[in-house]
Design a protein around this ligand. Structure first.
Ligand code: AHR
Length: 639
């Protein structure tokens, strides 16, 4: 096994311990060795880690625009269901939650509208997730179940501003009756600008409705979704995720897999099938998770974005510190095997046929299974890992198994290593895997993010964090023969409702905006090499410059990824061995005016600037790297 630049690590680490951002004394000259074989780079190196944290699932990437849409629990997940986020519309309307009238076993109550007058339309209104976004040219699809006592006429559906101006309205086919029926309709507002101070209203205006009670359950409102998926992703958030060119998707946690207690773990059975059959749970991040977005929806995301699913399965440990005893693990193992059969079984199997009935007859291919999450928190991983490992590999011998902590009971294929460190420590880890044993197992950096104020979750998403991320990722890519996959975490936050900072993607009801770390991750991911090339250096060491160079055969490209953590511009001369390059290269530079720079909704200070630069000869060029910058140079090989 060849280790690239490993000998530099001790020197650079010593520098870093004395100063976070340092400057080099000498100009650097690098020789890119296309004349000696490089290490193969993992083809799925860059991907996504997902869990519902920071309101990024319900009220985030899940495109459902209505809040408390099935009245299963209050928003905190700890109190009885209520009418929160709903209000009565019109002088003759009163609303209440009625637990004597339910839709089905999953939804044993309903929202009751008592109509005493229709001088103005009488109805129910939902305020959405901090508003209901209405955008020009967007079509909205609404549905709900309803029945009535004492009225058998039509209902009306509308999008309105909060002061009652109707933006769009439509009347669904069909009339109310004494049995629940599902109504659906599309709405197309005629508006010229985006607004969020809106509400969703279902109302009646017929005199025949006066004196009646109308019961509602399982509401739904979606705008256009990513890849046009039914029950899919909010389009702009889906696009931001997809634009990262992710190769894998680890889900559903993180902590949110594990439950605050054993009974509160994520359970796949509650997340599948029609919306009216789904049962929510109290998520680990202290709010109610509706499970409107569930296992099959995540798999559709994988299909739509071309991502390999990394299925993280509950392994008998929950965040209150409790572990399922070894002799009691049976039902939990069965749950995982059922989940795997649901995903991978043929239509002839019990769970495979259920999946087919949910709309996906073709079995999925699950290549990676992660057993648990951060199980170094517990002392019981040995027996838990062993039990799950034995059952899973017996049924699926070819699957790649990921462990989340060191254990000695059974083999593993990949170890999931997490990094939430401050700037200095993150940069100091750029060489962490240089001398790591190459013994056939791999590394998954399943969660990382520079927390400039240190672990965990109270730091800015600023340029300093992005540059430290870039250095760390450069080290991971240099070692991407060993490091198979890496994912930033947490991926997203709803601004103002976050539980962990920093995050890569920021959004509110109206818009999505991208952090400096997003731009770094994206540039590192979209400019992906298949081979990591050896780089010889003279006159200089790592720090303040950190680099990785790779080639991609299919497109005949060489990518130079360079991070300058110093406050001075750094001129580097490059020579290529056994590679003639086109006379012009492309530079993509991420920088700002200060390490504190952050992008906000109104102003993106740190973005990607693209320019071209010229070669000196067929095999040499110089490039000056801006202070505090992360840069990708794209070179084209002459054929
Ligand atoms: O990313 C936030 C949390 O950090 C994850 O849920 C957990 O796996 C880690 O501790």
């Amino acid at each position: 096994m060849k280790l690239l630049s490993a000998s530099l690590s001790a020197v650079a680490t010593a520098f870093l311990l004395s100063s976070t951002f340092i400057q080099s004394a000498n100009a650097l000259s690098l020789t890119i060795r296309n004349d000696v074989p490089g290490n193969a780079s993992s083809p799925i190196l860059y991907g996504l880690m997902y869990e519902d944290i920071n309101r990024c699932g319900d009220g985030g990437m899940y495109g459902q625009m209505l809040r408390n849409w099935n009245f299963q629990k209050d928003d905190s997940g700890t109190k009885d269901p209520s009418t929160e986020f709903w209000s009565a519309v019109g002088d003759g309307a009163k609303i209440a939650l009625d637990d004597s009238v339910g839709l089905n076993d999953a939804n044993k109550n309903s929202l009751r509208l008592d109509v005493s007058s229709v001088k103005t339309p009488a109805g129910v209104a939902n305020e959405g997730w901090w508003g209901v976004r209405a955008q020009p040219d967007e079509t909205y699809t609404a549905s709900f179940f309803a029945k009535a006592n004492g009225y058998s006429g039509k209902v009306n559906v509308s999008l309105q501003t909060n002061d009652g101006t109707v933006l769009a309205s439509a009347t669904p086919e069909g009339k109310l009756s004494s049995d629940f029926q599902q109504f659906s309709v599309t709405l197309k507002p005629k508006i010229s600008s985006t607004s969020v101070d809106n509400r969703f209203v279902v109302s009646v205006d017929s005199e025949d409705a006066v004196g009646s009670s109308i019961y509602f359950q399982v509401f739904s409102l979606f705008g256009e979704t990513f890849a046009d998926r039914e029950n899919g992703l909010r389009q702009d958030i889906g696009k931001a995720l997809n634009d990262l060119n992710p190769s894998f998707f680890r889900f559903p946690g993180g902590n949110n897999l594990e439950g605050v207690s054993i009974p509160q773990r994520w359970k796949f059975q509650q997340t599948i099938g029609p919306l009216e059959d789904r049962v929510g749970r109290l998520g680990d991040w202290t709010y109610w998770n509706t499970n409107g977005q569930g296992l099959l929806d995540y798999m559709y995301m994988c299909e739509d974005m071309g991502m390999e699913p990394i299925l993280d399965v509950y392994a008998g440990y929950s965040l209150d510190g409790s572990s399922v005893a070894e002799e009691d693990l049976g039902p939990y193992v069965d749950e995982v095997l059922d989940e795997l059969e649901y995903l991978t079984g043929s239509k002839d199997t019990k769970w495979g046929s259920l999946r087919a009935s949910h709309g996906h007859p073709e079995p999925f291919d699950i290549k990676y299974i992660e057993i648990g999450n951060e199980d170094w928190f517990s002392t019981t991983y040995d027996y838990r890992y062993k039990t799950f490992y034995d059952a899973i590999t017996k049924a699926y011998p070819n699957v790649t198994i990921i462990e989340t902590a060191e254990q000695s009971s059974r083999p593993w294929d990949i170890y999931d290593d997490h990094y939430y460190l401050d700037t200095k420590a993150m940069i100091g880890n750029y060489d962490h895997y240089d001398n790591y044993p190459r013994n056939g197992t791999g590394i998954f950096v399943g969660e990382f993010g520079t927390n400039v104020k240190g672990c965990c979750g109270n730091s800015s998403a600023n340029l300093e964090a992005a540059l430290a991320d870039a250095v760390f990722m450069t080290g991971l890519e240099r070692n991407s023969d060993l490091v198979k996959m890496i994912a930033y975490a947490p991926t997203m936050k709803r601004v103002g409702h976050e539980q962990w900072n920093p995050d890569m993607i920021h959004f509110d009801t109206e818009a999505v905006w991208l952090t400096p770390s997003y731009h770094v991750f994206q540039q590192w991911s979209i400019n992906r090499a298949d081979t990591i090339l050896q780089v010889d250096h003279s006159d200089g060491e790592f720090g303040p410059l950190y680099w990785v160079v790779g080639s991609k055969k299919e497109t005949a490209q060489i990518f130079v990824k360079m991070v300058n953590t110093g406050s001075e511009a750094e001129k580097v001369s490059f020579n290529l061995k056994n590679a003639a390059i086109h006379s012009q290269g492309v530079a993509r530079v991420i920088t700002g005016s200060s390490l504190d720079d952050e992008n906000t909704k109104d102003k993106s200070t740190v973005t990607v600037k693209e320019s071209t630069f010229n070669m000196d000869t067929l095999t040499s060029f110089t490039y000056t790297f801006e202070p505090y910058s992360a840069t990708v140079l794209l070179l084209h090989l002459q054929k």
